[in-house]
Design a protein around this ligand. Sequence first.
Ligand SMILES: *Cc1c(COP(=O)(O)O)cnc(C)c1O
Length: 396
Amino acid sequence: MTNQTIKEKGQAYLMNTFNRGSICMTEGNGSYLTDADGKKYLDFLAGIAVNALGHNHPKVTAAIAEQAAKLVHCSNMYWIEPQVQLAELLVTRSALDKVFFGNSGAEANEGAIKLARKYGREVHGEGCYEIITATNSFHGRTVATLTATGQKQFHKHFDPFLKGFHYVPFNDFQALVEQVSEKTCAILLEPIQGEGGVYPGDAAYLQQVRALCDEKDILLMFDEVQTGMGRTGTLFAYEAYGVEPDVMTLAKALGNGVPIGALMAKDFVASHFNPGDHGSTFGGNPLVCAAAVATIQAIEEENILANVNEMSAYFQGKLLAMQEKYSFITEVRGKGLLLGMELTMKGSDIVAKCMEKGVIINCTHDTVLRFLPPLNVTTAEIDQAVAVLDEVLGTL
Ligand SMILES: *Cc1c(COP(=O)(O)O)cnc(C)c1O
């Protein structure tokens, strides 16, 4: 089928929840995607920070094929070898002690919200269930995670929401101090706000938040669904801040494309979950865990973190040079390969024009171009993306 026929059928049968344009992607290889009409694109969106190793990474593909031939699913009524392997890999590489696997970022955050509420009640008493999140944050699309998301645009049409959430401006410590009370069980933050427009947390702010949480025995929970698994140049973004969270959530890049999410916690928190408190039918099944194990192994074997840091400096240099050239670029910001370019105008036309020229970028929060290339991106690929972007910006 062609792009056009697939689109027409899709419009007939799928709910209209996404602005998908007119393109159907049918194949991927490394940093490139191919559509149903055979056109090739350089992919600087990477499935929204999911395809960390690019498309069809041979080690991940082999792990999926091998596991599919062995055992795809068996339920969490039994121990699952790839799930245990994956948990060990995550625990030994992070400051957290235990893992619960779900199927998405939202599900990981749902688990974090439940765990924080149970912890608050059991440690501080019945009234301790409130969670503070940041304005402009993004934590998912389920009702609880939408409530946690501090952006009104996502809230409209879907209230009433859950009780017990408060929002404070990100990177404003005084505002947070004023919101904290004996009812607060947790503070949930993205170390770098991704969907909200690529806003990095200030190190001093996150360190102050950590100290406040220690003083009041409040849980510090980091949503690393987008920042985790090397995206920002360390395996987890918190490492670069000198701040350890008590609870951390992962998803997007964890399985390089298979649906998997993880809720991680330190032992003193994780111990509050007992059999029956939480669960998931598919969560952590053999197939997705085998893919995630292969993903982490490849990240390490192929020195992906070093590449993220090198390519980040290279790419940022090019973006900053463009800022010098075009007065409508007001800021370049971000960390690792989670980079944003703030414009004085909407970015959607620029995204569309780049797409026509075979380069996929993204725009978030209306005026911020967001770049999320695969973490094994090369300088030649960055040059290609930059040349196309420069060409498009030059016509404005
Ligand atoms: C994408 C994202 C989520 C939601 O993940 P889903 O897998 O879409 O449920 C949650 N938090 C952050 C920070 C994200 O970027």
